[in-house]
Design a protein around this ligand. Sequence first.
Ligand SMILES: NC(=O)c1ccc[n+]([C@@H]2O[C@H](COP(=O)([O-])OP(=O)(O)OC[C@H]3O[C@@H](n4cnc5c(N)ncnc54)[C@H](O)[C@@H]3O)[C@@H](O)[C@H]2O)c1
Length: 283
Amino acid sequence: MDIKKPFVLGAGIMGAGIGQLCAQKGYDVDIVDISDDVLDKAKSKVQKGMERRIEKGKITQEDMDSVLSRMHWSTDIEKAGDSDFVFEAVLENMDLKKEIFGKFAAICSPETTLATNTTALSISQIASATTHPERVIGMHFFNPAVIMKLVEIIRGDETSDATVERAKAFAEKLGKVPIATFKEAPAGIVSRVLAGFLNEAAVVYADGIASPQNIDDAMKLGAGLPMGPLALIDMIGLDIHLAKMETLYAKLGDERYRPPAIIKDMVAQGKLGKKTGEGFYKY
Ligand SMILES: NC(=O)c1ccc[n+]([C@@H]2O[C@H](COP(=O)([O-])OP(=O)(O)OC[C@H]3O[C@@H](n4cnc5c(N)ncnc54)[C@H](O)[C@@H]3O)[C@@H](O)[C@H]2O)c1
């Protein structure tokens, strides 16, 4: 079945990116958040990003105008009822996601695919808030969603094969490479493999061994990475990284996933990374 009208809940880093991606691929998309203020900020961020691409000669003014005209911003979650493919990208919090999936179950047709962009929460638990858990699936985009090629497709215990195929096909239509897990998997593949590595970089800094810049430069030059681990945590958001660690530690019980004190402290101080202007670096 062709997707006619995607819908995105949450206009933060990920939701705005997924919405922009849908619009760039020609879909009219509803993007919904809790306040006009949040929506205005998201909209202006998308616009600024596209203006930079115009300056670089990568797209034209007409391209930008047509993408922006397909992005429909509002605070009305009921618009999910018009959609045949819903993305959820709100904060990484199980109670909130369950409340929202309960609403989707009431608003959307049972045919609508309900995809969550959760980093590490259980798809089965999120799906338990709905009437049709077989159409609930994890679609984990990476930041920035318009650029990063991978979409991890994570099943819940009751996700149907048809839902997996539909999610994979839509990811491909959006120009992505879908990689599906065989079963429910906290944090999928990439975030789980990266988790211990990112934590260790934070601990090396907390131990006073080197500055964030030195740690990042060392990892780039010595390990051939395109980006240093502390700049990456700043880009992901320290709150998102912490939530992921807490889930992984609770689920897998392995010490390498224990959230480091420095990350907890920085989150408590509101140093969430790029999005708040300060993390390991100042922005
Ligand atoms: N940041 C990343 O690199 C990244 C990567 C992959 C997946 N994720 C996951 O994507 C999800 C979103 O993360 P993010 O980084 O975009 O967070 P974010 O904080 O940038 O955005 C979250 C948005 O959700 C909105 N929101 C909160 N409650 C809402 C509600 N009831 N209805 C509508 N909107 C609501 C907030 O206003 C905010 O704009 C999380 O589950 C996160 O784990 C994040």
